[in-house]
Each structure stands twice: as structure tokens, then as C-alpha cells.
Design a binder for this molecule. Structure first.
Ligand code: ATP
Ligand code: MG
Length: 320
């Protein structure tokens, strides 16, 4: 069976290296071989904040990031959540398939609630894995390139698909997560690198911004650089970052740096990241914002047509 790939990001800020090594690299790799949908999850922005904020600007920036890393809109359907009412309508039957207790057990939801800027947990935050199930299943997605934080949500999508099929007949395939080279890249503060946690190196950061961010990263007081993830997480994280950018093992880099200390380590990391981002920055500078609107309009049309077909099938299976 030929896989259908579905994945996406929330337009909450610029994409970062965590996205690249967690998901974007796999997308670029897969786009030549499979039909692929990339979702700009704009409705999901309000899961953990009160208002969507600068949603239009962030959406444009997200698309520019996609083009910069090499996602090809001629091969990939890039679309916006809010433009596809039929996708969102799947939420209704899907919500009927999961229990409140199951939703409450989701570890990623718990983590995101802990980092949320909302005063109270909204119903949308609580149910958003089900929304994500609709994102994946609307196009009968089977392969989902995501970071580790998304694995519990994939489980919900599989559960929804399985229960729907049991109750109403075989409509949905069971999707699978596809992890990247680094399923959980840590940010410069040691927590998950996230757009909204102020700890990320954005793909669109300038050389100077990148250098400044790495200069501020925490290390420790030992001069000898070693790769010990448990004992020296900050140093290990920087080595991991450089290793990913250079395509080399972090342990080997540590041996080379040896007693060069934190200063040498940070110089190596800065050079590695800047070198890696150079072609991405160059392509980003060449991208055209008018083209972005065109890409979205076409992607939305294609995705909507797919969603209409699935919703028809769902309603028929349910006997409406
Ligand atoms: P936000 O802080 O607004 O939630 P985010 O940085 O978590 O932003 P998302 O848009 O929520 O980014 O996630 C998009 C995709 O990128 C998901 O598949 C997610 O698993 C992956 N991803 C995000 N951060 C990382 C990371 N640090 N390492 C690996 N993959 C990541
Ligand atoms: Mg997130």
C-alpha cells in the first residue's frame, strides 16, 4: 500500500532546529515518494492561549520556512485548518469515540497544560488530540512524521480509527508515527525546544542572533568537554546540536574539543549551526510572499476536496 503522509505545525512562531531534525527533514525526504499533506494548524493556536495573536503573519512565516527547507508545493498539499470546515466536522463523531478518562491520561496534554499561558484549561486544550486525529484521518493519512511529543496523540488517532471502524465499518487506516533523527531536541534551557518557550534556535535566525543565543546557553564549570547525557546535560545538548548539524557523532566532537572548555565548545556549535542554516537562510531570502498566498489557496482547495469525500463516507457509514 502506498502511504499517505500527513503532518503539520502550529503557526505560533518561527520553525526551529527541533522541527528540522524532528520532522521537516523526513518530509523533504518523503515528498518525492508519497502523496503528502502539510497542515498549518491555525485553529490549534487557541488550545493554549486565549487569542490567535498574529496569526496571518505567523502563517506566512511558516510557509516561508517550509519553502526554505525544501518542501515543494508542487508535490505537497499545504493547507490551513480554518479553511477546511469538513475536516473540523469530523471532530463531532470522533469525540463520541473517546472517554473523558482517556483524554485526561494523555501525557503531552498534561505537559502542555503545565506550559500553557491560559488561566484555566479549556475544553479545546483537553480535546485537542482528537482534533489531531481528525487532521490525520481526514486524508486517510498512514504515515505521520512527528517529534516524540506527538506519539501519545498518534495513539489517540489510532484509537479513534479503530473504534470508528469497529462501530461503523472499515473506513480508516491506522496511522503510524515516523520519528526523525532527533525525536526530542532540547532547547538552550534544557527543556523541549519549543517555539513558545523562548529556548529555540529558529531556522530564520541570523548568524549574529544564533551566536548570541548559543553564547547564553548554560554549560558547567568543568574544562574538559565530554559527552555525558545524564551527568552533564547542558554540554551534551550542545554537542548533540553540533553533531546533528555536522552529521557527526557528539562523542567524537567532544574528544576533539577536549580541554578547550566551554568557549571552544560554543564556537564549534555556533559554526556548525550557522554553516547548516546558510543554504536554508539563502532560500528563505529568495522566497516571495505573493507566491505564499497562491500556494495556500491551491492547497486549501485540494485539501477541502479530500475532506468532503471523507466526510461523505463517514456520514454514509454512520447511516446519516
Ligand atoms: P509550540 O511551542 O507553539 O507548541 P512547538 O515548537 O512545540 O510549538 P509544534 O508546532 O507544536 O511546535 O510542533 C510541530 C511539529 O514539530 C510536531 O511534529 C512536533 O512533534 C515537532 N517538534 C516540535 N518541537 C520539537 C523538538 N524539540 N524536537 C523534535 N520535534 C519537535
Ligand atoms: Mg507544540
Amino acid at each position: 500500500m502506498n502511504d499517505v503522509v500527513l503532518t503539520g505545525d502550529r503557526p505560533t512562531g518561527p520553525l526551529h532546529l527541533g522541527h528540522y531534525f524532528g520532522s521537516l527533514a523526513n518530509r523533504v525526504e518523503l515528498q518525492d515518494r508519497h502523496p503528502m499533506y502539510v497542515l498549518i494548524a491555525d485553529y490549534q493556536v487557541i488550545t493554549d492561549r486565549d487569542v490567535p495573536g498574529e496569526i496571518r503573519r505567523h502563517t506566512t512565516e511558516l510557509l516561508l520556512d517550509y519553502l526554505a527547507v525544501g518542501i515543494d508545493p508542487a508535490k505537497v498539499t499545504i493547507f490551513q485548518h480554518s479553511a477546511i470546515p469538513e475536516l473540523n466536522q469530523l471532530l463531532l463523531p470522533f469525540l463520541s469515540l473517546v472517554s473523558v478518562a482517556e483524554l485526561g491520561r494523555n501525557p503531552t496534554v498534561k505537559d502542555e497544560i503545565a506550559h500553557s499561558s491560559q488561566a484555566a484549561v479549556s475544553g479545546l486544550m483537553f480535546t485537542y488530540p482528537v482534533h489531531q486525529a481528525a487532521d490525520i484521518l481526514f486524508c486517510k493519512g498512514t504515515l505521520v512524521p512527528v517529534g516524540k511529543d506527538q506519539v501519545p496523540h498518534l495513539e489517540v488517532a489510532r484509537l479513534v480509527a479503530r473504534r470508528f471502524n469497529e462501530r461503523y465499518g472499515a473506513v480508516f487506516p491506522l496511522p503510524e508515527a515516523m520519528m526523525g533523527a532527533q525525536p526530542l531536541l532540547k532547547g538552550l534551557d534544557g527543556g523541549k525546544m519549543s517555539k513558545s518557550r523562548g529556548n529555540a534556535i529558529a531556522l530564520s535566525a541570523t548568524e549574529d542572533e544564533t551566536a548570541a543565543l548559543i553564547r547564553r546557553a548554560r554549560t558547567d564549570s568543568e574544562r574538559m568537554i565530554t559527552f555525558e547525557e545524564e551527568r552533564r546535560p547542558e554540554v551534551a545538548n550542545l554537542l548533540t546540536l553540533a553533531g546533528l548539524c555536522l552529521g557527526r557523532s557528539p562523542r567524537e566532537l567532544a574528544e576533539e574539543i577536549g580541554d578547550g572548555g566551554a568557549a571552544t565548545l560554543k564556537r564549534v556549535v555556533t559554526e556548525a549551526v550557522n554553516e547548516f542554516l546558510r543554504p536554508i537562510r539563502k532560500r528563505r531570502a529568495e522566497a516571495d510572499e505573493a507566491e505564499v498566498r497562491q500556494i495556500l489557496a491551491q492547497g486549501n482547495d485540494r485539501a477541502r476536496e479530500r475532506a468532503v469525500r471523507t466526510l461523505d463516507e463517514v456520514r454514509a457509514a454512520m447511516g446519516f
